[in-house]
Design a protein around this ligand. Structure first.
Ligand code: AMP
Length: 283
């Protein structure tokens, strides 16, 4: 595995690889890697000729400065995991390589409705920050295949939109990998490392609530189902930002199901000061 920390050196290497006809697969991450991240690397290796992973904790996407300051960093372990998974290239840039003009960039991405609901509503500015780092990374890596996780359902929709805004949606294929979970159902997440030992067992209540919705959904009003599922999370001592049903393709809220529409149940909740998100598709 070759490690680069500058845009220029990475671009030179990848241009050469492209010229030799190798397709490029790209999995962007913020590090503190787990098996969910590695599943993206594996998907890329099955699809592309050369697999690039980036690790960059993006200051522009943290609406809470404490969350940024406490984000787990485990570079040595991450590097070993990526190497063992057969990653070809690791991009490990400092902030100045990604934002050479500083963080006060004025470019705004028109994400429309997507930015007003769920994560967009509870984390103002978050998706603008995601688009800023992703547009820089996409211009640098120029991947043919982009690998992201369903765990961040709304983010995948934002990136689909970004590819259109950048006019590269016909050139970059977005592959969405299923969410990998711990044995008790908890979605794997870098933030799980920050859970206090006493909190870890409560965290699985989020996936349990989503599964409860999936198992008990019936056509008609979903109000009672959502409050019963919310109670599962609240009874385990978490604070709920949201637990909602939405259309799987548009994320418009669904309060009454016609029995056919594809939906997704999405949740965000705090356990101590750690914010966890998860979702399950209901089709
Ligand atoms: P992050 O490092 O949290 O920014 O995540 C990097 C990529 O890994 C994103 O595309 C995530 O959706 C994906 N990812 C995170 N957790 C999981 C998981 N449990 N299963 C599959 N993919 C995941």
């Amino acid at each position: 595995m070759i490690v680069f920390d500058t845009v220029k050196a990475l671009q030179e290497h990848l241009l050469q690889a492209s010229a030799l006809g190798r397709t490029i697969g790209f999995a962007p991450t913020m590090g503190a890697l787990h098996q969910g991240h590695i599943s993206l690397i594996e998907a890329s290796r099955r699809t592309a000729g050369l697999t690039v992973c980036s690790i960059f904790v993006n200051p522009a996407q943290f609406n809470d400065p404490n969350d940024y300051a406490r984000y787990p960093i485990t570079i040595e372990r991450d590097t070993a995991m990526l190497e063992a998974a057969g990653t070809d290239v690791l991009f490990l840039p400092p902030v100045s390589e990604i934002y050479p003009g500083g963080l006060d960039d004025l470019e705004l991405y028109d994400l429309g409705f997507l930015e007003t609901v769920l994560e967009g509503k509870y984390r103002p500015g978050h998706f603008q920050g995601v688009c800023r780092v992703m547009s820089r990374l996409l211009r640098t890596v120029r991947p043919h295949h982009l690998f992201m996780g369903q765990k961040d359902y709304q983010q995948c929709m934002v990136i689909r939109r970004l590819l259109q805004l950048m006019d590269i949606d016909d050139r970059v294929r977005l592959h969405i990998s299923p969410t990998l979970r711990e044995a008790d159902g908890l979605a794997m997440s870098s933030r799980n490392l920050r859970l206090e030992p006493g909190h870890r067992s409560q965290a699985a209540s989020i996936s349990a609530a989503l599964q409860y919705i999936k198992d008990n959904i019936a056509s008609g009003d979903s109000g009672q189902l959502i409050s019963d599922a919310s109670a599962i999370i609240l009874d385990h001592g978490l604070r709920l930002d949201y637990l909602e049903l939405a259309d799987a393709n548009t994320l418009t809220p669904v309060t009454s199901w016609d029995g056919r529409q594809s939906m997704v149940a999405l949740a965000a909740a705090f356990l101590g000061d750690v914010r966890l998100i998860d979702n399950m598709v209901i089709s």
